[in-house]
Design a protein. Sequence first.
Lengths: 461, 191
Amino acid sequence: MGPVMQGLLELNLLFLAAGLALLWGLRGWQTWLDLLETVGIAFLLGVTASVLLATLVLILGGSLSTAVVLAVCGNVLLAGVVLGIVCRRPLPRTLGELPGMSLATIAAALLSVVSAGILVAFFRLARIMPLGGADSWQFWLPKSRAIFYFGGIDGAFFKTIARPSYPLLVPALQAMDFRLIGSADGPAVAVQYWFLLAGFILAAAALLRRLVPAWLGWLFLALVLVIPQLDQRLLNAQADWTLDLLFVGSALFAICWLRTPEMWLLACYGVMAAGTIATKREGTLFAVCLAAGIVLATLRSWRMWLPIVGVTAAAYALSIPWLLWWTSRHLVSDNPHEQASGLVTPDGHLWPALHLALRIVFSYDFWLVFVPLAIVAALAALTGGGFGRKLAVIYLSTGLLLVAGFTWILWIFGGTLDEQFQSTPIPRAAGSLALLSTVLAPLLIAPLLWPDRYAAPPPAS
Amino acid sequence: LAGAPEPSDDGGIRRDGESGASEEATLSGQATTRALPVSLAARGRLAVGLACVAVAVVALVWKAPQVFNALNASVRADSYVQGQEGRSLTVGDGLGIPYDLQVAALTDIPKGSGYAVLLPPTAQAAAARNIPSLAYGVVPAWLEYLLLPDTPAPPAAGRYLICWGCNTAPWDSRTTWIWQGQGASIGLVRR
């Protein structure tokens, strides 16, 4: 193993250790199998919490030296351990019960093997592929390399890089990679994106398994790996799929919390939502759309929507230091409404913008058929009752709000929309809705197949 | 509806501490009921659900081998690229920026130096000097990425000059050209 792979592996093991400690502090484990199943959740939690903390270090004028990277992960780990001790969380003492042999178990195992096979192919490519995506070398990697070489974000050079006001999570993550690798090896971060994808798939499998049969969850998680745009762009050193993975991760935690209101799920939702907002400027839009969708679906129960709104607001509050940092330094805003004349443009592009947004969202070449499939399942679930109906409202309202958001972005950007099919950020932003559709599809389908199981109201927490 | 899938031993709603393997319970805490949907609407929903699963299975069976093969083909196609620098330089090469110019800039400009990029004044003038329009537009940004921790500077302040298709005459008297090739030059400015 070369120094590049060794550094990347060490950093991601640090993230995993931090995440395991945090997850233990939040919920604990009864069995070793329970722990094993939640490894993906722990990784996703660890990487997001650690890098969020690293962004705060940068904003406060710190660097991301090896000692700081270790301290950041160590602090997350320590916080989890303290929480676990204070809350007397259980540690696994027994192996747990292995799934019984059945057709469904075999199907789940087969589908997870298919997913693993595609992930292995992804990994082989990530190790050798050239740098991909123009944005990667135009501003994402220059930012992370600047952090690596100049010790932080306060140097004059950082402020001259394109998109200076973009959130910091991805540059901070890449800079941490470089520190552990020992050099600013831009193309090497493709492997980091692979770790994020693998962690997401494992986390989503564990979360989906709480609500639907394992084979149904794995069927759609395997399908996530064949989404054409994911295959084309995931390993590029950009932030689009990172944003989408965190966004859909937050949606899964929130939905699981709505079904079984356990506090650790809400806490994980908060971390994922904060990560979503700290990844790209669209992240705020996505987080708001999701929270609004949940509020719409749970309007009658303030005990459901109020915590979601509160945690989302707290997640947004974590982005305020960055907002203060770049506005206090008079950096150029990249927000579309500040590039154009205002929130409403008089150029009559609203309908073409909506048409283009819909065309992109439903593009078979980009996302295959998973958006229409999830919509069909959601519409069918809407005619039923119980949790399936609630899920359908969340999915459909979040989707509608996202489409409205994409339309708004296109509308504000203006220009000749037909020529922007490839050049606007919308084809990339729409990955959020495509991934959301694919991952939520099993949750929308399950109530159609087993209505009795989802008809019961959630238990009291 | 006899063929309707029943909740099996690997699914259902689980809470912390449950193995998920055998002790399935509905959220109401009652044993799993096996009542089959009987209304027309329920039959319709079941049909939609089964159709969605069928579409998903077909999509996976059709697409997974394609994706697997495409990823492996990409591995074979990219296997010629060697090393950290090679994985970046090949991208610059693809943008139309001469490979040798990139290598020389990395090699000949000491780390941490300031450099200025000098290009023809217009895209037409660049085209006349065989500089592709794409490369003309992106070369400053590409070099900014590639050469970090070297930083770009105005021509009057840069210690080094990277000239690609530029007029070197104004600089010749105070510049030592340390690399030349493919219509490009790298010079050390005496200040």
